[in-house]
Structure formats: C-alpha cells, structure tokens
Write a protein that binds this ligand. Structure first.
Ligand code: ATP
Ligand code: MG
Length: 458
C-alpha cells in the first residue's frame, strides 16, 4: 500500500528542497504552492500525510489543518514553523495536528516523523476498515452467531486482536476453534502476514519438531536440503497450534523455549533464529486437568493461556441454530447452483432441539447432506438424517430429561445412581468425557463409579 504525501509551502525553493528529501522513498508525492491549492488537492485526492508550512500568504497552515481534519478520513498533518514561534506550534497541536517541526528542518528527523505519521495513519485506516466490517456483519470474520454467548466472544476478539497476547482457544470438537483463530488473525494488524496452522496431533514427535522449527541439511536421514519450519514461515504473522493438548512432554519443553525467548533452533542446527510470531493454541481437552495429571507442563500452560476464549457447545447456544441452518442452506444451494430451499417449522424444530454432539461441524454436514439429497424445495423432517430426526430431546445440563427415567420413593440410592448414570451415558452416546461433564464430576470419578456399579460392559 503506498502512502500519499502532500507537501505544502509557498516558497518554491523550500518546496523543491522537501521534494528532494522524499525523492528516493516509496511515497507518492503531491505538492501545493499555496494553502488554497492544498485544500483543492485534499478534496480530490486521498492524502495520508500532509507536511505544511505554517506561515503562508493567503490560507495558512492552520487553515490547511482545519480543512484536512474536516475530511471523512483525515490525514495526519505535520506543521513546520519558523524557529521561535513555538506558541503557534502548540496551537497547531491543540487544533489536532499530528506533530510540528521547527525550521530549518533536519531532513533525517523529518523523514522519521513522516514515516511515523504514515504508520499512524495506516493503523487508523485499518481500525476503521475493521470496524466497518464488524458493523456490517454484526460479527467477526467468518463466524456465524448472534446469541449473547457469541457476541461476548466477538467483543473479546476485538479487544485482544490488536495485541500480541497469546490466546488459548478452548471448546468441544466442531465448535469453531479454527474459525476463531483465523478471525483473531484477520482482525489483527498481522492480517496481511501469514496465518499458519499446525495440527500437532497429526504428526509423530520427530516430524513435529522439524515441522515447527525446520531443519538443516543432513539433520537426519532424508533431510536432503535445509527447510524452514512453520514458525519461520509464519514470520510477522500468526501461528495456530491446534490440538496443543496432544503435544508430548518432550516437545512441550521446546515450545516453552520458543515462547519465552522468541527464538528457534532448526533441527540439526546450532544457530538461533529469532521469530516474530503471534501464538494461538487450541485444544478440546481440559488443559487444567492435563496439568494437574502431569501430562501438560504448567509453565507452558500459563504462557499459552495469557488470554483464553472458550467456545460454547452448540447445545448451549441453540438460539443460533436457525441462523446457522439458513446460512448453510444458502451456501450449499449456491454451490450446487440451485434455488435456496425453505425449511418447514417441524424440521427446524428438530434441528433446534437436537443435542449436536459434533457441534457446528455436525450441523454443517447434516445440512450439506440434506441439501444434496433434497428433491423438492422445502426441507421436511423426512429429509433429515435418521439419527438427528429421531434423537431423544435435548440433554443439555440443566434441562430436565424425563424420558424413561423416574424414581419411586424408597428406591435404593445405588439403584437410582445406576439408572441415572446409564441414562446419561446413553444420551452422550457412551462418550464418558461428555457424561462426566454433564454430571459435573471428573472423568476419573465417573470411570470408578461405572466400574463399581458394574456398568462397564454396557
Ligand atoms: N461460528 C461459526 N460460524 C460458521 N461456521 C462455523 C462456526 N463454527 C464452526 N463452523 C464450521 O464448523 C466446522 C468446524 O469448525 P472448526 O474446524 O473451527 O472446529 P474446531 O473447534 O476446530 O473442531 P476440532 O476440535 O474438531 O478441530 C467448520 O466447517 C467451520 O466452518
Ligand atoms: Mg480444529
């Protein structure tokens, strides 16, 4: 992106001097030999930085400044004043000038100042683009949802995106952790630099290390040439360490070193390479529990967890289901070159009350599947996959589950517990982590009770 720099002075030789000072730079130079001409340029050209003399015959520097500030997206204005007129310089600052310089100007100082102003200005512009996008979509890049749970998440993203803080993204599988990571990157000043995702669980330890840090030629059999790792590839941008909970302890030490020193060492190399990378990590494990069980390093956990964002399971934000359904229906219709189908009330009710163990990913798959096989132009219950259509009613914690479970007074406590555990496990499709979650006990306690009550073989 090139910066438009407007130089204003009514003394031709000064103007020439200024032009010369910026000749060998990337700026797009515009010049005006009077305040009036400057105003005219400002109203027709997008100008980022204005460097103007204060005292000019006709419209002076303050006049140019005022006009500049009245523009929709005001440029940064630097005012040059004669030595000794510090008072008017202060006035200019009060009026909203970005900075001032006293004449005769030092070229080096001038260049630095203009560069700073340009940077400032592109930040302002970026922020504004971002705000516009946000306002338009009432959300964050790529994320669908407008329940209070999601709005709170967007707020948090907006707050942390401009910083360099490491972010730990938590949530069940399919809740949108990767989508969120990309959104954080997109909303950050690093948006134009790379976003590099690493799926830590997919790689065996030895490969993971060279994947992350790169390797020197001959570092191991097969390392025929030097290779950059993901950290280096993400330089200036963001690295997303997905499934961080699966990283073996020995690799965790190495990651910790990168987080602390912000430098890496390629496999088989001795040289350290410093890296400027923002780190986002995600997991669907309970990392705090992993720490207490000794499977995850506490120091690394705290480093990664400067800020954490937890994505709610879809069953905790059912209010978003209709919006998601409609968006996905439209998306797949477009993909297949068909008209967007409507959906019957009954079908929508089923989708809204299903418990979505696979969260948004599962919903998206269901809608894709339904779209592909749809004959008419309305989605009816019969078009939905059987497991969704006939699934028991919601089983979110706090919502009463009444079907097939009632306890007559006088029943042995152990029998009640057995029946209750059995029902919970059934609702959770046998997934013990989720069942433990719902029962608000640790997975270990659940395992023990399952064993003690003889529910293991069911
Ligand atoms: N808020 C959302 N809006 C739109 N699409 C979403 C949203 N959340 C998730 N998705 C979609 O759901 C799918 C799964 O999302 P994603 O890969 O980010 O989940 P995840 O939390 O990383 O899952 P896993 O833990 O299994 O890796 C993707 O197709 C994604 O586009
Ligand atoms: Mg993921």
């Amino acid at each position: 992106m090139s910066i438009n720099l407007l130089l204003v002075d009514d003394q031709p030789d000064v103007l020439d001097g200024l032009r010369l000072a910026f000749k060998r730079t990337d700026y797009n130079l515009l010049t005006a030999s009077s305040g009036e001409q400057a105003v005219q340029i400002l109203s027709t050209e997008p100008v980022d930085v204005v460097l103007t003399d204060l005292k000019m015959s006709g419209l002076d520097g303050i006049g140019v400044l005022r006009h500049a500030l009245s523009l929709d997206l005001p440029p940064a204005v630097i005012i040059m004043t004669a030595f000794g007129s510090i008072e008017s310089a202060v006035d200019a600052l009060k009026e909203g000038a970005y900075h001032y310089l006293t004449k005769p100007v030092n070229i080096k100082e001038l260049r630095v100042l203009v560069e700073k102003a340009a940077e400032h200005r592109s930040l302002v512009r970026e922020n504004r683009n971002l705000r516009e996008q946000i306002d338009k979509r009432f959300g964050i890049e790529g994320m669908i949802g407008e329940t209070s749970e999601m709005l709170a998440i967007y707020d948090k993203v907006r707050l942390i995106a401009p910083t360099r803080a490491n972010v730990l993204i938590l949530g069940e599988s399919g809740t949108g952790k990767e989508v969120l990571a990309k959104a954080v990157h997109q909303a950050s000043p690093r948006a134009r630099k790379p976003f590099v995702a690493v799926h830590c669980a997919a790689l065996p330890e030895a490969l993971l290390e060279s994947e992350l840090f790169g390797h020197e030629r001959g570092a191991f059999t097969g390392a025929v040439s030097k290779r950059q790792g993901r950290f280096e590839l993400a330089s200036g941008g963001t690295i997303f360490l997905d499934e961080i909970g699966e990283v073996p302890l020995s690799m965790q030490v190495k990651l910790l070193r990168v987080l602390e020193a912000r430098e890496i060492q390629r496999v088989g190399g001795s040289e350290t390479v410093s890296v400027d990378v923002r780190i986002l990590a995600a997991t669907n494990r309970d990392l705090a529990e992993e720490v207490s069980e000794g499977r995850f390093r506490e120091d690394l956990y705290y480093r990664l967890n400067v800020v954490s964002i937890t994505l709610p399971p879809l069953r905790h934000r059912r209010g978003d289901i209709p919006l998601l359904v409609r968006t996905f229906l439209a998306e797949f219709a477009r993909e297949n070159g068909r008209e967007v189908p409507s959906i019957s009330r009954e079908a929508m009710d089923i989708l809204t009350s299903y418990h979505w163990p696979g969260n948004v990913r599962e919903l998206r798959n269901v809608i894709e599947n339904t779209s592909v096989f749809l004959r008419g132009n309305t989605v009816e219950p019969a078009n939905l996959p059987i497991n969704v259509a006939k699934k028991a009613p919601p089983a979110a914690p706090g919502e009463p589950v009444t079907d097939g479970i009632s306890f007559p007074m006088g029943m042995a406590l152990e029998e009640v517990e057995t029946a209750y555990l059995r029902k919970t496990l059934e609702i959770c499709d046998g997934n013990r982590t989720r069942a433990a979650d719902m029962l608000k006990i640790s997975r270990r306690t659940l395992q023990r009770r399952i064993k003690e009550l003889g529910l293991e073989d069911e």
